[in-house]
Design a protein around this ligand. Sequence first.
Ligand code: CTP
Length: 405
Amino acid sequence: MSATPCSPLAGKHIVLGICGGIAAYKSVFLLRLLIKAGAEVQVVITPAGKQFITPVTLSALSQKPVVSEFFTANTGEWHSHVDLGLWADCMVIAPATASTIGKMAHGVADNMLVTTYLSAKSHVFVAPAMDLDMMAHPSTQANLDLLRSYGNTIIEPETGYLASGLTGKGRMEEPENIVKVLEQHFARTRSLEGKKVLITAGPTYEKIDPVRFIGNYSSGKMGYALAEECAARGAEVTLVSGPVAITTEAPGVKVVKVESAREMLAECEKVFAGSDISIMCAAVADYAPAAVAESKIKREHSDVPVIELVKNPDIAATLGTAKRQGQILAGFALETDNEADNAAEKLDRKNLDLIVMNSLRDKGAGFGTDTNKVTIIDRTGAYPYPLKSKREVASDIIDNIETRL
Ligand code: CTP
């Protein structure tokens, strides 16, 4: 089989997980296309999968023994799901049955495929295939939402004729299209090579006294997802983060921890001039106490205290004033009403190139959630996106920014 010239899949290590469903026959075509694109593929099949498709076909095409059990029965050889998880540049589970999706969502590691999934450090693609009622069931949908929240990409099934004889949504996406999704993923991988990115994330805390502060509910998840997405595309990222409960281990992300808006501005100013892309994702407190009490404000000694506030610097607007030709500056606008008008006004006032608007009125958007629903606004118009995991939203935002580079 001659390889597809210059496919982004060439040389990639792909774990292909196959579950027990009629669509397993399509996995043979998928495997063939992946090999043709130059990928090295390790098939991991569930015990039920083997009822639908024989490992002999799969090992002949992949030129590797197919892995299914934790041990090879006659030799006692142990198959390490940890090694496989680390080896993979990506994992694609196609077809993914309702049962395996449920196990993946809840960590039920009773077979080699799910243990490999739980050990995988790379991106995971899930291509469901099942009958329309199983697909539509709230349990399946909730499990798919959980997988999205873990950062996995769901390759939505098509609507069409199903093995049950019914017609509806549940047909596994065609192998050619699954390959396209994987190719897009790897094409993006080094798309920000050599670029420097500055991201602010989380809330700021403005001290009142040694034990109290003014803050907000921002979890930092959106900013951290953006930082990880940029690093995954090869960028050198400085993430200036307010106090949050999350961390990132992503190589390529340098986290600079700050507390107040003034500290955040000072850290941004150190790197902004050298940054190609700056994304202001932090929920910066607009005001800070004019003075910080040196010791705890006591209840008995005083009348109800009045805290005088002063305006914090506007970090985005300050950087917007210093912006050079060729630098891209993006902001966020979390609004509750007059969303589009408010966001467009901020775009101009802060000299941004684009602003990512989300509304607290949208279910699944805003603080603390693992999902977000955004509209990207620039001077050409407003571009709405559907509800997605924050990592997928991050990918959409970075795709949009890359078109401006
Ligand atoms: N921002 C900033 N510094 C501030 C306030 C906001 O850098 N002091 C940034 C945010 O990170 C975001 C954008 O500006 O990218 C919009 O933030 P938002 O709080 O919505 O705007 P404000 O200008 O504070 O307006 P308002 O609170 O009145 O809606």
